[in-house]
Design a protein around this ligand. Sequence first.
Ligand code: HEC
Ligand code: HEC
Length: 385
Amino acid sequence: MTVLSSIFFLLSACEQESSTEIQTSDESASVREILELPDHMPTPAVPDFNPLTNAKIQLGRFLFYDEKLSANQAQSCSSCHDQSLAFSDGVAQPLGSTGHQLVRNSQGLANVIYHTTFTWSNNSFLELEDQLNVPIRADNPIELGVTDAKLNEVLLRFEQDEEYLALFAAAFPDEDDTISMNKIIFSLASFVRSMISASSPYDQYLAGDKTALTEQQIAGYQLFNGEKFECFHCHSGINFSSSYRDANTASDATEFPFFNNGLYNVGGDGSYPEEDQGLYDASLDPADKGLFRPQSLRNIELTAPYMHDGSIATLREVIEHYARGGSLTESGVNAGDGKNSPLKSALILGFDATDEEIEAVIAFLESLTDEEFITSPKFSNPFEE
Ligand code: HEC
Ligand code: HEC
C-alpha cells in the first residue's frame, strides 16, 4: 500500500464508523482512489455484487460510445448523453435508435453514483444495474433496441472483436470468457459510477478557495438555501438532490423522495399529461400523479431544456415557475394551472423575488458547471483518441 492510499485508508476507516454492510473500509479506500475523489466529496456506496475496478470502468467507456450496442447500430449511449452537455442531449425529448419518440428528457449523468433511485420517476430501480436494462433492452419505447430477438446477434459483434475480448477478459478475470449482457451492464454501470463531477467553482469554494465564487453567487447560494426560495429542501446536500446516499447512509435511512412541483394540473385534479404522470403510471394511486425525483442540479446550466419532459427552456423560467408556485398551461389538452394543483408539494408555495435575487440564484446555479468534467479524457470517446 502506498503512503497516499494508507492515508485514504485511515481517513475512510474513521468515516466508516456508522457504516452499513455495503462496504468495508478497505474497499472504500480503493473506491475513493479509483474515483479520484477530493476530500469534500463523501465516499459513495457501491454494491457488493459489482465492485468498482478500473478495468470495468475502461470497458464500460468503450461500450458507452459504441453503436454496436444498438440492434441497428445507429445509436450509442452517447447519442443521448453527450459529454460536452454534461451527458444530456439538448433536446426536450430524444428519439430512440429506430426513430421511436421518447416522452422523457435525457438526464445529465454527473454523480449518479450518489442517487438512491434512478431515472426521473421510478422507485423500483434500486441499483444502476437494474435501470440500465431499460435503454439497452426495452422494446417500448425502443432506445438501443437489444430485444430478446436481437440479443445473440449483438453479443456476437463483441465476441468477434479481438480488442473487446481482451477488455472483457481484463474486466472479469475470474469468470469464463463468454460475453454476456450481464457483463456489459456491470461495466456500463461502473463507467457511469465513475462520472464524478467535483471540480466546479462551487467545489473549489467548498475545498477552501473562498475566491472561487463571486459575491453574487454567494448571495444566490444563500437564497437557494433560504426559507423563501426553499430550493434546498428537495435539491439538498452535496449533489443537490434528496435522492441521495453514500457509504455511510444506513440502509434503513435511504430515502425515496419524489415530489410534485406543480408543473401541471390537467383538468384541475392535479393530473399530469396522459403520456407521463410520474410514479402514478406504475402505482395507479391517484396521489402519486406528478411525482418525480428532484434532479441533481450539478452542471444544470448545460442540461437545458428542463424537467422530466423538457418543457421549460431556461433557468430563468424554472425559477419563475417556482416563484409563481406552479406552471400555467393556458390551452390545449393539458390546460390547467399547476399553482392550484391539489397534489403539488406543500413546499411549492410561490414567493416574491426581485430580478436581482433571480439573477443571483441563476449565477449560483452556474457555479455548478464543471469544465473539467465535460472535457476530461476519462469520460471522452475512446474511439476518437
Ligand atoms: C434515446 C436516448 C437515450 C439513449 C440511447 C440512452 N439514454 Fe440514458 N436516458 C435517456 C432518458 C430519456 C433518460 C430518463 C429516463 C426516464 O426517466 O425514464 C435516461 C436516463 C439514464 C440514466 C439515469 C440517470 C439518473 O440520474 O437516474 C442513466 C444512468 C442512463 N440514462 C445511462 C444510459 C446508458 C449507460 C445508456 C447506454 C446503454 C443510455 N443511457 C442510453 C435517454 C437515453
Ligand atoms: C418540493 C420539492 C422541490 C423544491 C422546493 C424545488 N424543486 Fe426543483 N425540482 C423538483 C422536482 C421533483 C423536479 C423534477 C420535476 C419534473 O421533472 O417534473 C425539479 C426540477 C428542477 C430543475 C430541472 C432539473 C433538470 O435537470 O431538468 C431545476 C433547475 C430546479 N428544479 C431548480 C430548483 C430551484 C432553483 C428551486 C428553488 C427555487 C427548486 N428547484 C425547488 C423538486 C423541487
